[in-house]
Every structure is written in structure tokens, then in C-alpha cells.
Write a protein that binds this ligand. Structure first.
Ligand code: ADP
Length: 497
């Protein structure tokens, strides 16, 4: 492959040029089996390129290269490692438009509202963690006056990283930036639906990092992700994906007694009290529900509880807002909403919509599927707002990962807190009220890893992010996450007598 690293804004040409390779030890490499699989543009159904189909042999090559590279990488002064990672962030910032276009092409997420934003946050995450090298501090311990006792933070070794397709750039950055700064080498297994943009990121970063420190493989879950978790030289796994796969990964990690960080599903509640600023709450619902990402977010505020006194007004305002959003070609700057990722996902989401209707709920479909014949095979789906839906109907309980939101009416604060917590998930929650006492009480009682009042911000550098209950194990994106998940603490005693 002769692809250079100057920014290329034609995503179709870039997808072709990136086709058919892993990136191992600083070089593009075909799959050991020689096999590839198609990468499809969900807005047209057209094949845009191929990805190398990784297996256990590819995993072995990548992990061996990573282990070798890590031996030198961990000896580099921490601030120097950080400077290289920050330099990757600065370089990636020059590629924001290019990466945004490519991720829009392979995932169907709209360029202006989602894809370019994600590429920009990717670059920022590397810049943020790049500044934290000197925070890898230990402690001195008052153990015995005749003994100098200290702790040191050491890297864990080779980290296996498995990512999903919904926000692959951001989720990869949240894992590999702290892992690298802490002195680990990484092997990433990309999602089968979105293997190309992350490969490009790896190529750009390999211009700056020593070879072997950051490797990336494409392939299917059991055939490529499985061997990565069970490789004897992988010392830690960081996974984002579904609860079912998270359980498989956690079991495999447990067999090897290695730690696993898991960021899994969600069914996040949003509570709107009668005194809330309704327009702000509607904005928050649009952002929180990730309508511009077709609702394909584990954090999606997919259960909205609205006080009876403002319920009908809220539903009407939300309907009008979502209805005004433009669905269309993800690469078109005018587009707000793109496509669902794959036919399988589309089928799953429409199944939930049918189940909600069958359960007697009112389904309000918003926005309009584009009429352009070039997009006739695109995986477009009208967002749906369910009202009058039973709490035990499938769309109300299960994670949909699509543009479907359930709005419930409530009258009593105690009841709504109970309803919000009545979920196997606990990723995020928000409450909207002008009353400080209610806000503070709710933030304490809501069972979630990330709770916000009167806003619905997405993941931010240095705010610990992650869930409780079935939403996962371990936090990400912060200094503490780097220390807790990508280092271990060594205790050292000098006997001075
Ligand atoms: P989704 O339904 O969003 O695709 P998954 O949890 O199945 O969610 O996928 C998330 C990531 O986990 C993907 O990279 C996928 O290839 C990987 N994966 C799937 N199955 C396994 C497995 N058995 N072992 C390791 N990784 C897997």
C-alpha cells in the first residue's frame, strides 16, 4: 500500500486506498488467511472497500509486535510519551475533515452534526491525555521510620481493545490515549461495520509513535476479538459493546485472571419536573436521545419521564423539533440525520417499533425519509416518539440502539425516581428542574454513573464516564481512569538499617 498521510478529502478514494489491511508493527499487512470482507456505505448499500479478515494468527502477530515494542516504550520518560501522544492529537486535528468524511461514509452518520464532531473530539482526547504523563505518580508510605516505602505506577503491558461501530473514533481514543501515555502498547480490534477510519487514524499516529506501540486489526467478533482476549501476552482488556458480548469478554478475561474494563448498554432516564425550562429540556432531549446519531448511543436518553402538567406540551415541542430535522445523505452539509448502520440493526429497531405498537402505545413518526433515488437503498428510518406506553413493553425496557424514545407521564416524584431506577442499566441520567432541593436529592438517588442537572452533555475529557449495574465496569476518559485501568501499583520497600 502506498497511501501517504497528507489529508485526503475524497472519502471514496480513501476507503479504496485503505482496503484489505491490518496495521501491525507500523506497517499495513494483509490478513494471514488472505481473506477480506466488504465495507458498505449504509446510505446507498454500495461496497466502498474491503477490510482484512483477522484471525488468531493475525492476533498473534500483532500482540507479539506490541509486546516487543512495549519493552522500549515503557522505558521512555512518561512526559516524552505524553508529548508524542499529544503530537498525534495535533496531527489528527489537521485531518478532522478527512476523518469526518470517511466515518460518515462507513457509518452513515451525518457529517455536520456527528461525524466531523467525532473526529474533532478524537484529536482533543489525545491532546488531553498527552498532557498527563507527569501525573503517573506514586506515593510515599509512612510504614516504618527505618524503611523507605514507596509505590510506583507501572504499565500493565499489552492492552487488547475492542470497540463498536457507533462512535469508533471517540471510543478508541478514550481507551488508547490513556493506555499509551501510561506506557502500554495496544492492539485494537475494530468493529466489522466501521474498520477503515480507525485504520487511517492508526496510520497517521504511526508516523509519530514507534512501530508496534499501536496496532489495529479488523475482523469478526469471535474469530478475531476472541483470540485477542485470550492471547497469553494480553494483560488487560478494554471493551465497549453490547451486554451479551461484554459477558463473553468478561468470562474469557476471568479465565485468564486479567482485568477487563467494560462499557456496555444503557436505557438512560431523563426526568422533567413541572417547573423545568421546557425549551431547554426539549433541546436536552434531542441531544440526549442522540437523534442526529439515529439514537445509536449507549447513553441515549431513551426513557423520558415528564410531569403530567407539562407532558403534552413537551411531546408537541419534541415532535416539532425532531420533525424539522433533515434526513438525508450523510455527506451533505444540510443533513441532520443519517442512516442506521446495517440491515440487521434496522430490522432490530423496526421490530421494537412494531412491538411498541402491538403493546398499544401511540407511535409518533417524525422527519421524512429522503426521496432522492440515489439513496433509495439507504437504511433511513423515521425517528419514533412513543407515548402512552406501558413500562414493561419491550421498547420501554430494552436497549434499542435506534431513534426510538419512550415518553412517560408521571405525577409523583417518589414514583418517578423508582421508575427511573427500575432498569437493569445504570449508565446516565438527567433531571430537569429549577428546584435545588429536588435536583440534589435526585442526583443522589439516581442509579447511574453519569448524572446531570438541566443539561445533557456528551462525554468530555477528564470527566469519568461509565456505568453501574449491567452498564459496565470501570470508568473512562479521565485521569483516574488512566491510573486505575492502565497501570498497576507496585509497592517498594528499602530497608535502611
Ligand atoms: P454490536 O451489537 O453493537 O455489534 P457487539 O458487542 O456484538 O455489539 O460488538 C462490539 C465489538 O465486540 C465488535 O468489535 C465485535 O466484533 C466484538 N465482538 C463480538 N463478539 C465478540 C466475541 N465473542 N469476543 C470478542 N469480541 C467480540
Amino acid at each position: 500500500m502506498t497511501l501517504g498521510t497528507e489529508p485526503l478529502t475524497d472519502p471514496f478514494a480513501l476507503a479504496q486506498a485503505l482496503s484489505g489491511a491490518h496495521l501491525i508493527n507500523g506497517r499495513f499487512a494483509s490478513a494471514a488467511s488472505g481473506q477480506t470482507f466488504d465495507v458498505v456505505n449504509p446510505a446507498t448499500g454500495a461496497v466502498i472497500g474491503q477490510a482484512a479478515e483477522g484471525n488468531a494468527e493475525d492476533v498473534d502477530r500483532a500482540v507479539e509486535a506490541a509486546a516487543l515494542a512495549q519493552a522500549d516504550w515503557k522505558r521512555m520518560p512518561a512526559r516524552q510519551r505524553g508529548k508524542l501522544v499529544a503530537a498525534c492529537g495535533a496531527r489528527l486535528a489537521e485531518h478532522v475533515d478527512e476523518l469526518g468524511r470517511l466515518i460518515a461514509l462507513e457509518t452513515g452518520k451525518a457529517l455536520r452534526t456527528e461525524s466531523r464532531v467525532e473526529a474533532s473530539v478524537l484529536a482533543d482526547m489525545f491532546v488531553f491525555f498527552g498532557g498527563l504523563g507527569s501525573e503517573l505518580k506514586g506515593e510515599s508510605v509512612p510504614f516504618n521510620p527505618d524503611m523507605m516505602t514507596v509505590t510506583m505506577r507501572e504499565p500493565v503491558g499489552v492492552v487488547g481493545v475492542i470497540i463498536p461501530w457507533n462512535v469508533p473514533l471517540l471510543l478508541m481514543a478514550m481507551k488508547i490515549a490513556p493506555a499509551l501515555v501510561a506506557g502500554n502498547a495496544v492492539v485494537v480490534k475494530s468493529a466489522e461495520e466501521a474498520p477503515l477510519t480507525v485504520l487511517r487514524v492508526c496510520q497517521i499516529m504511526n508516523e509519530i509513535l514507534p512501530p508496534g506501540v499501536f496496532n489495529i486489526l479488523s475482523g469478526f467478533g469471535p474469530a478475531c476479538g476472541g483470540p485477542l482476549v485470550s492471547h497469553p501476552k494480553v494483560a488487560k482488556v478494554s471493551f465497549t459493546g453490547s451486554v451479551e458480548t461484554g459477558r463473553i469478554v468478561a468470562r474469557a478475561a476471568a479465565d485468564r485472571l486479567i482485568p477487563a474494563t467494560l462499557e456496555l448498554g444503557g436505557k438512560s432516564p431523563m426526568i422533567i419536573m413541572g417547573d423545568a425550562d421546557l425549551d431547554r429540556a426539549v433541546d436536552g432531549a434531542v441531544t440526549g436521545m442522540r437523534f442526529t446519531r439515529q439514537g445509536q448511543s449507549c447513553t441515549a436518553s431513551s426513557r423520558i419521564y415528564v410531569h403530567d402538567s407539562v407532558h403534552d406540551a413537551f411531546v408537541e415541542k419534541l415532535r416539532a423539533r425532531v420533525d424539522a430535522m433533515v434526513m438525508g445523505d450523510p455527506l451533505d452539509e444540510a443533513t441532520d440525520i443519517g442512516t442506521i448502520i446495517s440491515p440487521q440493526q434496522l430490522e432490530k429497531v423496526t421490530g421494537f417499533i412494531e412491538a411498541g405498537r402491538a403493546a398499544g402505545a401511540t407511535a409518533i413518526a417524525c422527519s421524512a425519509v429522503p426521496g432522492d433515488p440515489a439513496l433509495a437503498k439507504g437504511l433511513f428510518l423515521q425517528p419514533v416518539i412513543f407515548t402512552d406506553i406501558a413500562a414493561d413493553a419491550p421498547p420501554a425496557k430494552e436497549e434499542i440502539f435506534g431513534p426510538v424514545v419512550c415518553v412517560f407521564r408521571f405525577r409523583d416524584y417518589e414514583e418517578v425516581i423508582e421508575a427511573a431506577n427500575d432498569s437493569e442499566y445504570g449508565l446516565a441520567a438527567t433531571i430537569w428542574t429549577r428546584d435545588l432541593r429536588t435536583a440534589m436529592d435526585a442526583t443522589r438517588r439516581l442509579e447511574a454513573g453519569f448524572v446531570q442537572v438541566n443539561q445533557n452533555l456528551v462525554v468530555q475529557p477528564n470527566l469519568s464516564y461509565g456505568g453501574v449495574k449491567s452498564s459496565g465496569l470501570g470508568k473512562e476518559a479521565s485521569l483516574e481512569s488512566m491510573l486505575e485501568h492502565f497501570t498497576h501499583k507496585k509497592t517498594i520497600i528499602f530497608n535502611m538499617t
